[in-house]
Design a protein around this ligand. Sequence first.
Ligand code: ATP
Ligand code: ATP
Length: 574
Amino acid sequence: MICFENVSVTYDGEASPTLKDIDLTVPEGELVLLVGPSGVGKSTLLGAVSGLVPHFTGGTLHGRVTVGGRDTRTHPPRELADLAGTVGQDPLAHFVTDTVEDELAYGMESLGLAPAVMRRRVEETLDLLGLAELRDRPIATLSGGQQQRVAIGSVLTPHPKVLVLDEPTSALDPSAAEDVLAVLQRLVHDLGTTVLMAEHRLERVVQYADQVLLLPEATMGPPADIMALSPVHPPVVALGRTADWDPLPLTVRDARRRAAPLRARLADQAPAPARQAPGTTPALTPSPLPDVPSSTRAGGFSLFGRRREAGAPGAATAAAPDPSAPLVSVERLAVRRGRVEALRRVDLQVRAGETVALMGRNGAGKSTLLGTLVGTITPASGTVRVAGLVPHATDPRTLIRQVGLVPQEPRDLLYADTVAAECAAADADAGAPPGSCRALVAELLPGVADTTHPRDLSEGQRLTLALSVVLTARPPLLLLDEPTRGLDYAAKARLVTHLRALAAEGHAIVLATHDVELVAELADRVAIIAGGEVVADGPTAEVVVSSPAFSPQVAKILAPGPWLTVEQVEEALR
Ligand SMILES: Nc1ncnc2c1ncn2[C@@H]1O[C@H](COP(=O)(O)OP(=O)(O)OP(=O)(O)O)[C@@H](O)[C@H]1O
Ligand SMILES: Nc1ncnc2c1ncn2[C@@H]1O[C@H](COP(=O)(O)OP(=O)(O)OP(=O)(O)O)[C@@H](O)[C@H]1O
């Protein structure tokens, strides 16, 4: 159904091709999973199928890509719309209408489907993707995960023969991801739809794949064969490799069947805490917490995406911190966003050196809570204090000394024309030695070019740049909203090492994430938010294992043992 014949893609200004001599065939009615390290060219390959590469991205494509027999070089994306539905990494770029219901109907309207058919499919899709309550909502007011569901729903309604999906579950909560994958599997099995999907969180998807395509080699084969050699693989495969299980399990169920001897070996041991020893320094030499920068960044944006009032004097002064007091103190917090009561009766305390994960369904209120901590969202009632300051009433230049946010959309933080310029501005803002931010980018994700425009970076590269900009400022409180989209497992591991080291130095970290594996590796505590309220708050090991949706794979495989990560098991077996 999809054919690549000797395909190479070279972006303008690049010396070497991003994709080189790719030959492959995706058969009709199969779900093929595209995997590979961050920045290897997965989105480029998907873009060549949907026709976005090179029609919209620029660059040169050599060779031939056909979808259902149509050559994507001579058929621009609109001439493929009846055949292939595409969801890219940025749902906002995808939307053409303003409300959820209109967006679900739009693709069918352009294809001229009968109104009765359109009505039925919109209703079906609203139910399938849990969007019924949001049907009249303006898309701009939805949470990140809610937007991603709408983007997926809008390509499902026209029933295309081919679906091209770029990290379709990256902003979804674990159960929403399962729902979406179950829908895709049903389309593949019942309607013979062909799905080509790139995804980093293989623990969510690998069991649904008929074949896996690994870049940069462009090797394609059965999932177990490819996972045996792939540098990117989910924890279940890493555990299988550690325990020498053959054949390699791809699902928790398969692994549990083999795990009895391993469980017995581990029975009298306790996991080492998944933390770096205190005093271990991060790869970058720590600089003192920055003073208020005298320069403002070009465009006047602060590190948390708010326009600075140039020259405005500080509205509040930082009180000398009391070391015994929590760095973050939230009491009886309520927040309204339009008609929505996004948070109510929220209490949360975070101390210096603690890492707290906020988890919960899409739309639960996680980003809203981070927004109140960084002062971009004003409470309706209750109190929020960060280092003794009231964030929404504090001058950004004062607050920036205490708190930095990597937003869910890293683009919101980036405005320079090149990676190098972005990093230089971050160093200047933070008062850090020149080169600090650039060194951090290189440490977290090697291979990012200095001269690339942040717009042209891959998803993982762009997130790494945004993370580096904020981490360079080294604020006492670090807020990270879904900090692993687009990151491969190795980049995630390096980020975890860096964040652990910062926590060991006394920085507090609050992250909102659906990445249960990251939480298992990193967080001391987990707070689960549901319907705007904190419904659980406790040590990671206790909270995540009490809910299958938030449990990492290792915990499920080795239950009732207390193990959360492959790293802990490896250490115990040494
Ligand atoms: N329009 C463009 N112009 C120039 N370079 C580009 C453009 N789009 C992508 N690139 C570069 O091509 C490389 C591959 O990017 P691509 O987005 O295809 O990677 P990816 O495998 O999807 O990454 P991720 O896993 O982070 O999403 C990256 O180095 C990126 O900087
Ligand atoms: N500007 C807005 N106007 C109205 N409602 C909004 C607005 N922004 C967010 N909301 C609503 O507030 C609620 C909380 O949204 P929030 O973004 O905090 O959720 P979240 O837990 O971060 O979700 P996700 O996991 O999908 O990112 C959701 O119901 C969302 O639809």
